[in-house]
Design a protein around this ligand. Sequence first.
Ligand code: SAM
Length: 218
Amino acid sequence: MRIHQHVNPLNKKYLVVPPMPQWSKVYAEPFLPLHLDLGSASGRFLLQLAQKNKDWNFLGLEIREPLVERANQWKDELGLANLYFFHGQAHIVLQPLLESLPIGVLQFVSINFPDPWFKRRHHKRRLVTPQLVQTLATYLQPRGKVFIQTDVEELSKNICGLFADNICFQVVDELLEHNPFGILTERENSVIRLGRYIYRTIFERKAEKPCEKRMNNN
Ligand SMILES: C[S@@+](CC[C@H](N)C(=O)[O-])C[C@H]1O[C@@H](n2cnc3c(N)ncnc32)[C@H](O)[C@@H]1O
């Protein structure tokens, strides 16, 4: 299988919105709380989480299609009816994907080691944008959490700034020593082996009125 290390998310081929899954065919119990992992790569992190937590559904969103196909094959081989991987560019597909889900299921989002795109002229390729934060604010349940981890300090500041700037989010935990899942992502494993510091933060979707109103408007 040929897998590109990086793809340019702004490439025209990622503008297409694919048909949305029929969730009643995807998950055995579509109304369970949902954990969304943005940039799920090979899917190994969610494959382990889904085996350990049968009372949650898991959804991985990843731009590299061959990884998504292989991850879905693995979850079928394991007979996991609480896990699914979706292929697409988050800036384009996240909103229709979340809109297609049963109302109120999204309770947790993880953003593990998003691509840093170091050069300033490439910053617009970064996963987390003000629009993406607003989309999460719209669909995440009140008190739902967003977990972010990266070893790039500038990127951590940038992403946390975007969440802090959104009226619907507040930080509930920062400078966490470990990720809260007890399962490491692939990038996390290699960053730990290299002895690098990891910036870990948790934001919470506020339950206050202005945010609920925004949610109802969508
Ligand atoms: C550095 S890797 C981290 C992978 C994994 N989360 C981990 O911690 O091991 C970032 C992943 O995000 C994916 N990605 C980057 N931009 C994306 C986008 N706009 N939409 C969906 N996936 C994206 C990349 O293809 C890649 O698999």
